[in-house]
Design a protein around this ligand. Structure first.
Ligand SMILES: C[S@@+](CC[C@H](N)C(=O)[O-])C[C@H]1O[C@@H](n2cnc3c(N)ncnc32)[C@H](O)[C@@H]1O
Length: 376
């Protein structure tokens, strides 16, 4: 264990010793975001975010180019009058923000009244000029003034989640406890799963949303993702919410092969099943529940314009831009074509990642990226 890791491990163990087992949500919050120690709170200083996983903006600039094309269509649909703002949540190292603003500026599609704002309290990326960094409170205020696009890529999968397991007598929450003994690997305390029956009101609410599950089926629940979508929908005056992430519809999430849930740790590109390993030095993520996001949006006045996968979304946009026509003529164009292939690869990024687009009115559709390119 490194020094930081040992300190964070000790802080979390101390909290559990003081007040008993904590929810996994609380554990994940500290493991990822503890000031000065958590994975994202130190990512920039340690080795640059993104090193433990491959993100679409880092595969190639074509990703930002295609998204910029979709956003430009959104801006035109909203009408040219008034201010236009793009607000990116979980902007991390700003790869996407920089890519999109560069493309829009090159295309002169960036009127003086437009702004690109980033919300990421944990990003250590240096921001100068465009994009600007804002707090969530400021972002919500801006969303109430004029047309906006709320954009996120792999943001919701990084929000802390609760872990649940179904048993014959109902739903239980998998909390985090500590144990001292030989399993602790000589490090003193080790974290262990501790099950607790879920509160009746929460269990009743969840039972309405999920199918009948077999004994021992585990899954995650993200009240924070749902609440975020509710806040965005309530604040957004006119515009779109574009969410790119890996996740499932409910009818996929509760299949027998997913009975151990979707939570994973990532360390240096390797998937770690041990959620309690390398606390603060490994990323923790879980698949988002797109039905939850759609329902939360509808509850706050957002209409779902469509949910597709990254392969269809980017292929439709590339077709619209004429990006796939002819042989690439230069080494740069070949690189772009290869990056595009990686981004749309079936069984890889192309189908693992989904794209959800919601809007404040159904009249704001249809959008180029949501037209299925494989159906005439
Ligand atoms: C998996 S990273 C994705 C980074 C980037 N979007 C990309 O695609 O490379 C998730 C990001 O969400 C940020 N984040 C976590 N909680 C947040 C919150 N409440 N508001 C805004 N950003 C948050 C983290 O700091 C982290 O940079």
């Amino acid at each position: 264990m490194s020094g930081a890791n040992r300190r964070l491990h000790g802080l979390i163990a101390g909290e559990i010793r003081g007040k008993g087992p904590i929810t996994f949500e609380r554990f994940m919050e500290r493991a990822l975001y503890e000031p000065g120690l958590g994975y994202y709170a130190t990512a920039g200083a340690r080795h640059g975010p993104g090193v433990d996983f491959q993100t679409s903006p880092r595969v190639g600039s074509v990703f930002a180019r295609l998204l910029a094309h979709q956003i430009e269509q959104c801006r035109r649909r909203l009408g040219s009058g008034g201010d236009f703002t793009i607000i990116e949540y979980g902007a991390g190292a700003l790869d996407l923000a920089r890519g999109i603003t560069r493309v829009l500026a090159e295309q002169d599609a960036w009127p003086a009244s437009s702004r690109y704002l980033c919300v990421d309290p944990y990003s250590q990326a240096e921001i100068r000029g465009i994009p600007e960094r804002v707090s969530e409170v400021e972002a919500l205020e801006v969303l109430g003034q004029g047309g906006s696009v709320v954009l996120s890529n792999e943001f919701l999968d990084a929000l802390p989640v609760r872990r649940l397991v179904k048993h014959r007598d109902g739903l239980h929450e998998i909390c985090v406890g500590v144990e001292t003994g030989p399993d602790a690997g000589g490090e003193g305390d080790s974290f262990v799963d501790i099950e607790r029956p879920l509160a009746d009101d929460e269990a009743a609410m969840l039972e309405k949303m999920i199918p009948t599950l077999p004994d021992g089926f585990q899954f995650e629940w993200s009240p924070r993702a749902r609440a975020w979508m509710g806040r965005i929908g309530s604040a957004l005056d006119r515009g779109y919410v574009i969410t790119l992430d890996y996740g499932y519809r409910r009818n996929e999430r509760y299949r027998p092969e997913r009975a151990s849930g979707s939570l994973l740790g990532y360390h240096r590109h390797r998937v770690e099943r041990g959620l309690y390993a390398r606390v603060g030095e490994q990323d923790l993520t879980s698949h988002v529940d797109f039905d939850d996001l759609i329902e939360a949006g509808e509850g706050a006045g957002l209409v779902c314009l469509g949910l597709t996968d990254q392969m269809r979304f980017l292929t439709a946009l590339a077709g619209h831009l004429g990006l796939l026509e002819g042989e690439p003529g230069s080494p740069e164009a070949w690189k772009e074509r290869l990056a595009f292939k990686e981004l749309i690869r079936p069984g890889g990024m192309g189908t693992a990642f989904r794209v959800l687009i919601q809007a404040t009115s159904a009249d704001l559709g249809p959008l180029h990226g949501l037209k299925d390119p494989f159906v005439s």
